[in-house]
Each structure stands twice: as C-alpha cells, then as structure tokens.
Design a protein around this ligand. Structure first.
Ligand SMILES: NC(=O)c1ccc[n+]([C@@H]2O[C@H](COP(=O)([O-])OP(=O)(O)OC[C@H]3O[C@@H](n4cnc5c(N)ncnc54)[C@H](O)[C@@H]3O)[C@@H](O)[C@H]2O)c1
Ligand SMILES: [Zn+2]
Length: 375
C-alpha cells in the first residue's frame, strides 16, 4: 500500500505533524515561538529522560530553558490516577492557564500519562510529544492514544487526543539499553509484516544497534503508523492491522506480571504474540508454511524464550477475555495473508488459541537454527 505523499521530514498523523530527523527539534522550537508566545510551558519527564535527554533537548530548543519541569517515576506504575492528580495539582498551583503547553519528554509511559493529563486539565491544554525510546518513536508518541491504568487493567481510562506535534530525534536512543531497543524493534517488525514487505526485509537485515542504520527504518515505521492512524483514527477498521501480535501479547504481558516468572516488556510479549498469530495465519490457510517459518525464525532469534506450561493456557485465555478489545464469544485476530499484508477481525476460538500457545511452548529457544543448522 502506498504511503501518503508527505514532505520528507514531516509526515501527517491525521491532522498533526510528525517531524523526523535532523531538524525535528528545531521545528519544536519554531512551534513554541510562533504558536505559544508568552504561554506557560511545562516539561514532563522521568528520572532517566530528565538526566539523559534533557540537555540534548535544551541545546536544540532553547525556549524550553524557561519551562517548569515536572517529573514522574519511570515505569508503568506512573500511568496511575494518583500520579495524574499530583500533576494536575502542580499545574493548578502554578496557575497554568488553558493556553499552557506541556512538552512530554520520554517513552510511552511519559507520553501516555502526559497526553492524558494535558487532555483533561481545564478541558484540554496543548501538548507536544518528544519520544526518547524506540517504542515511542515508532509507535506510542504517534496516533493520539493516551491512557492510564486502573485496577490492574492496562490503558483502561484514556482518550483519543492528538499532540500538537511529535518530534522524533533518534539521537536520544544513544543512551537507551539494548533490551529497550529490541522492545521497539518488535513494533517495527509488525509494521513490515502487516503493511510493507520491503520494510520487513530491511528491518530483518539491519544492524539494530547501529543508530545510523536504524534512523531511516524509524522514519519508515513512523510513516506506516502515521498512515494507518490517518486512515482510521478511532480504530474502527484498518487501525486494527496494528493489533497484529497484540491479542495474545497483551494477555501474556498481564500473565507475566502476575506469575512473576520474568518481566516481559510490551514488545517482547508482542513478539511472542506475533509468533502465535503467524502460526494461526498458517493454520487457518491464510499464510503459506515457508513464510510462517521465516517469521518465526526471525522472531525466535531476536527474543529470549518465555517458558510456558500447558496449565498456563487457561489463565492466558481468561486474560484475553478480559481485554477491552475482545467481546462476545471467541476472539477477533489480525492475521497475515502474506508478508506485508494482513486481514483484520478473523474469528479465532479459544481452542485455536490454546493450540497456538502450545506451538510456541514447544518451540526450542534455538528454533531459529532449525532451518540454518550451520548458522
Ligand atoms: N499510546 C500508544 O499508542 C502506545 C503505543 C505503544 C505503547 N504504549 C505505552 O507505552 C508504554 C511503554 O513505553 P516504552 O516502551 O517507551 O517504555 P517507558 O516509557 O517505560 O521507558 C522505558 C525505560 O527507558 C527509560 N528511557 C526512556 N528514554 C530513554 C533514553 N533515551 N535513554 C535512557 N533511558 C531512557 C525510561 O525512563 C524507562 O526506564 C506502555 O505503557 C504502553 O502501554 C502506548
Ligand atoms: Zn504495541
């Protein structure tokens, strides 16, 4: 499918720009000067981004030197109502008006909670997203979903609300750990698999820890996310393509939290979800075996095995039933019809999910070597 024609360094996600590369932060500086003169500006980060990323941000966006800094603790526990209450109180104490602007500097946690706080404060103040993780750059900071968690359910309370812009500056990734980079790569693999075979091939071959090699691929993934959300901002249809790997992935994320076997980052859970969904694509006759093997090999080579027992399947399927995206009998999956194309809303029942989990469970950690024993 074609990507919408856009200026090279600026894509549109719906009505909102996503600025990419060299001058992205310069664009934020210009936006602040022209669109928010005299406004109170607040900057939200966590203890890592305010240390590792803020100096680089201030070097490119000097207007932010006057901003009032807000900090949340890093990690999912900050997507919480009490954290929002503290941030709203802070804005109120500083007498932030409806003209105020919030700049979110961080990964998906900061952009999700910051977007939600901005959207609700005085019925909505403007916010800008400056993603600092790969997950943020190719996914979380684009597309207008904001949310916090409630009663242990991820993203239970939130809004679709657009930032004034997303400013992607890949240099921030220099300080990001290897596991966090791979976390974001899972979403890039997904973008290729459901939308663009060339992108899948490029991501598959890229030296993932070389920032220069990664930068054009970040651009492409951000473009795919922006295009898909532009086609379907509120997830009625095409945006469900982006759910590939997430139906089982979300349940595995919740399962890992309660079983405390080993933490599973979102992208790691989605990678397992993609292995299962790719197998289901083959099982339902939508994808041929060679393609299924290629996807499986790649994903199994990138991410460590998460050990499951047969007895765990029941709980994982229960967690899938609790997911806000599933309703009624059975499940609706996004499955692959080829490399670079997918079908949304394919009905899959619990027995088929259990079979897919079994398939993953019985793969050996070196499954990716099966087809290339000399590798
Ligand atoms: N809104 C959406 O569309 C969307 C999409 C995907 C994910 N999400 C949400 O995003 C969250 C996960 O986001 P994430 O994966 O970016 O993780 P994160 O925000 O938790 O960040 C991961 C860790 O990296 C640190 N960090 C961030 N940038 C850094 C940098 N440049 N150098 C060093 N350390 C850095 C953070 O402080 C944190 O410790 C989840 O809550 C998920 O639900 C939202
Ligand atoms: Zn995801």
């Amino acid at each position: 499918m074609p990507i919408l024609p856009t200026h090279e360094n600026c894509l549109m996600a719906g009505a909102r720009p996503v600025h990419l590369g060299g001058d992205a932060l310069g664009q934020l500086e210009r936006w602040l000067i022209t669109e928010a003169p005299g406004a109170d500006v607040f900057l939200l980060g966590d203890e890592h981004t305010l240390v590792q990323c803020l100096p680089e941000l201030l070097a490119h966006v000097p207007s932010l030197r006057e901003a009032s800094n807000l900090q949340v603790r890093s990690g999912e526990q900050s997507k919480d109502l009490e954290v929002c209450r503290a941030l709203w109180s802070h804005l109120a104490e500083k007498a932030a008006s409806r003209k105020a602007v919030l700049v979110n500097l961080g990964g998906g946690v900061v952009t999700d909670v910051g977007g939600f706080v901005a959207a609700c404060y005085k019925r909505g103040i403007r916010f800008a997203n400056v993603p600092t993780t790969l997950m943020g750059m190719v996914d979380a900071a684009i597309g207008g979903k904001t949310a916090i968690d409630l009663n242990g359910v991820k993203n239970l309370v939130g809004l679709f609300v657009d930032p004034v812009g997303t400013y992607v500056h890949p240099t921030f990734l220099r300080t990001l750990g290897k596991r966090e980079v791979l976390n974001g790569v899972a979403e890039m693999v997904k973008h290729g698999l459901v939308y663009d075979a060339d992108h899948w091939n490029a991501v598959r071959r890229a030296p993932l820890h070389d920032l220069d090699a990664l930068a054009p691929l970040i651009r492409r993934s951000a473009a795919i996310k922006a295009e898909v959300v532009s086609l379907d901002p509120t997830e009625q249809d095409q945006r469900k393509l982006l759910n590939f790997g997430h139906t089982i992935g979300h349940a595995l994320e919740a399962f890992a939290l309660e079983s405390q076997q080993r933490s599973l980052l979102h992208g790691e859970a989605v990678a397992i979800g993609m292995v299962c969904a790719t197998w289901l694509s083959w099982r339902t006759g939508l994808l041929d075996r060679d393609r299924m093997n290629a996807v499986e090999e790649h994903l199994m080579g990138l991410y460590p095995m998460f050990h499951l027992q047969e007895a765990d399947h029941h709980r994982i399927i229960d967690l899938m039933r609790n997911d806000k995206k599933n309703h009624g009998e059975g499940f609706r999956f996004t499955l692959l019809t080829g490399i670079g194309s997918a079908r949304v809303d394919v009905p899959i029942n619990a027995a088929q999910v259990a079979e897919a989990l079994d398939h993953y469970r019985l793969l050996t950690p070196d499954a990716h070597l099966r087809h290339h024993p000399q590798a």
